[in-house]
Design a protein around this ligand. Structure first.
Ligand SMILES: Nc1nc2c(ncn2[C@@H]2O[C@H](COP(=O)(O)OP(=O)(O)OP(=O)(O)O)[C@@H](O)[C@H]2O)c(=O)[nH]1
Ligand SMILES: [Mg+2]
Length: 437
């Protein structure tokens, strides 16, 4: 069955991309979406042999594509052109089932493809559990669909007894899935508690989170800014876990950077919810660096998708720095004819529309250094100076001050320590509260 793992097949799929173009979607958007679906498929090792689309006022309720299109596809499948249809939307279990029956091909929808990629790329215990849970939730109704299908076919075939062995097997599987989902939910809850403890320990440090569309270059920037070795790859959803590292060269106080999972158009809903806890870590940042691949023809749409998901997970109000990345790719493609003109023009156009943005290439050291300076400046601008007196019996607070504030001056007298510091107002308020307690 198509919604089962692509990995479980021994032969690579040969797929045709299929899309319904709704009236609200223009040609460029449709093409962009199909290009992206092709990249998603390639990430899974699926060979894409062609694509087809049709304009419709709405999806066919029974089988997503209209009847004529289904007949055309049946002929192409029978001629051996492909064995799988990749649908550029999420379709219901019965739509997928009907489409399979009418065309003779396996049907995989965009959600199944994304879930398969997440499944393959999940490394940590948390990411694995999150992805397994969403996949089971995706699979459960599809198993029900398959079960009722088997049952009907059984009866038509005159099988004795109301319930075929197939169906009770399915029921068993469904119960197992329910149990497993409950087990995973518990596991995730306890991991969440662990994470919260870790988070509380870091909560007093200035933080920047790198967020953005998949493949925008977040991990590349993370590596350059923190000298860490997070995974970078030219594939979609290379990163599934939030990594936290210190900004280098070291600042005073330290600034923490986090690298996060990327977003995509039509991100399955379960995934948004399940990665919320992973993202929460990043979203407690004082600043979100929204990384955008400025060399992608669809970057504006990708930017909107990211902003929408950020609002959905409650990060709409966190201050943003827009970071337009991969600007080097604009001159590279076209060097012979026009030198670096396309880059300069693009930079000007971006800054006209987003005056506070950074336009950079993660591959240029000077650009990365400039980005680092912007982060430092952001925290400096927000910080205030204060004088703090720390009596001898409150020396534990001194350690916290050194961790979370820039200490400009420190002197001792008969009452204890006197510190002149610079820090964010919230940090100062918290420290003063501790000194008064
Ligand atoms: N030319 C060019 N390529 C870049 C730049 N930044 C990143 N890349 C490439 O873009 C690809 C994706 O980079 P990643 O850093 O893995 O992207 P990401 O945003 O972390 O992606 P996900 O983890 O999938 O969300 C890699 O092949 C990088 O080498 C850049 O400024 N210029
Ligand atoms: Mg990444």
């Amino acid at each position: 069955m198509a919604w089962l793992m692509h990995d479980q097949r021994d032969k690579p799929r040969r797929a045709l991309l299929c899309a319904v173009q709704l009236p609200s979607v223009d040609d460029a958007e449709l093409e962009g979406s199909l290009v992206e679906l092709r990249r998603l498929a390639r990430t899974l090792g699926i060979e894409v042999v062609g694509q087809t689309s049709q304009r419709r006022a709405s999806f066919d309720a029974g089988a997503y594509l209209g009847k004529g299109k289904r007949e055309e596809l049946k002929a192409r499948i029978e001629a051996g052109e492909a064995d799988t249809l990749l649908i550029d939307h999420e379709v219901s279990p019965s739509q997928a089932r009907n489409l399979e029956k009418d065309t003779g091909a396996d049907v995989m929808d965009r959600t199944a493809v994304i879930l398969d990629i997440f499944h393959r790329h999940a490394n940590s215990r948390a990411a694995k559990a999150q992805v397994e849970m969403v996949r089971l939730e995706y699979m459960a109704p599809r198993m029900r669909e398959a079960a009722s299908e088997n049952n009907t076919e059984g009866r038509q075939g005159g099988a004795p007894g109301g319930r075929g062995a197939g169906e009770s097997g399915m029921e068993l599987d469904r119960r197992k899935i329910r149990d497993r989902i409950a087990e995973l939910a518990k596991e995730l809850e306890s991991m969440d508690r662990e994470r919260q403890t870790q988070r509380a320990r870091r909560s007093n440090m200035p933080r920047v989170a790198l967020v953005g569309y998949t493949n925008a270059g977040k991990s590349t920037l993370m590596r350059a800014l923190t000298a860490s070795d997070v995974y970078v790859a030219d594939k979609l959803f290379a990163t599934l876990d939030t990594t936290v590292r210190q900004l280098l060269p070291e600042t005073s106080p330290k600034i923490l950077m986090s690298d996060t999972v990327g977003f995509i158009k039509k991100l399955p809903h379960g995934l948004v919810a399940s990665f919320k806890s992973t993202l929460d870590e990043a979203l407690e940042a004082s600043l979100l660096a929204h990384v955008i691949d400025a060399s992608d023809a669809n970057f504006e749409q990708q930017l909107e998708v990211t902003e929408t998901v950020l609002r959905e997970i409650g990060a709409g109000e966190v201050p943003r720095l827009m970071v337009f990345n991969k600007i080097d790719r604009l001159s590279a493609g076209d060097r012979e004819s026009s030198g670096s003109e396309p880059e300069a023009a693009k930079r000007a156009a971006l800054l006209a529309k987003w005056p506070d943005a950074m336009v950079i290439s993660a591959k240029r050291e000077a650009d990365v250094a400039a980005l680092r300076e912007r982060f430092v400046a952001f925290f400096n601008a927000a910080r205030e100076e204060a004088e703090l007196a720390i009596p001898f019996d409150k020396q534990a607070v001194r350690a916290e001050i050194h961790a979370s504030c820039e200490v400009l001056d420190e002197a001792w007298d008969e009452h204890g320590a006197r510190l002149r510091v610079r820090a964010e107002p919230a940090t100062l308020a918290r420290i003063k509260q501790r000194l008064e307690a």
